[in-house]
Design a protein around this ligand. Structure first.
Ligand code: SF4
Ligand code: SF4
Length: 249
């Protein structure tokens, strides 16, 4: 049946530090989210319950009863949404730890406190989803955070997605550490990392990111690029956020 809905309502789930929520868009744009499970720290799901909750949202969208937070969202589209509710669009964003301290980051005001937090484990939940036929073979995962390369589970997460699924992996990294798994995923054309650089010089980098590691990061980016053909090279993106008075010359 055709109705107005989005990929996340139908086939998505996002993990934040204390909840499993419907999508990342509302988190980014409105700092709010539709919670599927609250007070969540990586417990194994009752997937029947998850299906039931998601079905309630689907029914609501099918009746054109769009929640206020979703109204006007560019992800909404009318199409035939008959489907199986397997997780196809996933955002992994349940940790905030990062050795950098960008002045524009939402973690800036609570840096010390957030860096002391110990992230819970997401991999057992994903493995359980696979076992219970709740994880799609194809799809898209965005591993963001915090800095992915400092997340202990990150290599195992990459290995899992690469070996057990054909899901395309987006990573938002500052290339603080080099990850052989990011490089491997680029070689396999299975990943597109977006690297947060924000500066063209060591001095500007220090002012924005409060860390003196511009040279190390550039070295890591060069390692990611080394010997890649143009198509694979084009998978690597650089992110610059322009901040008046810092890097907008
Ligand atoms: S419509 Fe937009 S805000 Fe609502 S769940 Fe979908 S992506 Fe999120
Ligand atoms: S690199 Fe990313 S997570 Fe780390 S402080 Fe900067 S914006 Fe925040």
């Amino acid at each position: 049946m055709a109705y107005l809905s989005c990929e996340f309502v139908e086939n998505g789930m996002c993990f934040i530090y204390d909840a499993a929520v419907l999508c990342s868009y509302s988190m980014c744009m409105k700092f709010e989210a539709i919670k599927i499970i609250e007070d969540y720290k990586g417990e194994i799901f009752d997937w029947d319950k998850i299906r039931q909750i998601k079905q309630e949202y689907r029914d609501r969208f099918a009746k054109n009863d769009i929640p206020p937070i979703c109204q006007g969202c560019p992800s909404l589209k009318v199409k035939d949404w008959s489907g199986d509710m397997q997780l196809k669009y996933i955002l992994i964003n349940h940790w905030e730890n990062c050795p950098l301290d960008c002045i524009y980051c939402h973690t800036h005001e609570r840096k010390k406190e957030l860096n002391k937090m110990k992230p819970w484990k997401i991999l057992p939940v994903l493995k359980d989803a696979l076992k219970n036929n709740m994880l799609s073979y194809e799809g898209n995962v965005n591993i963001t955070g915090g800095e992915p390369t400092v997340l202990k589970e990150f290599p195992d997460l990459m290995k899992f997605f690469l070996e057990k699924t054909n899901i395309f992996i987006m990573t938002n990294t500052a290339a603080f550490d080099y990850s052989k798994w990011i490089r491997k995923a680029i070689e396999l054309k299975r990943s597109a990392p977006t690297i947060s650089l924000d500066a063209g010089t060591r001095e500007t980098y220090k002012k924005i990111k409060n860390a003196d590691c511009f040279n190390k990061v550039i070295k890591n980016i060069k390692r990611y690029q080394k010997g890649l053909d143009p198509i694979r090279n084009s998978l690597i993106g650089l992110k610059f956020i322009f901040i008046p008075g810092y890097n907008d010359t």
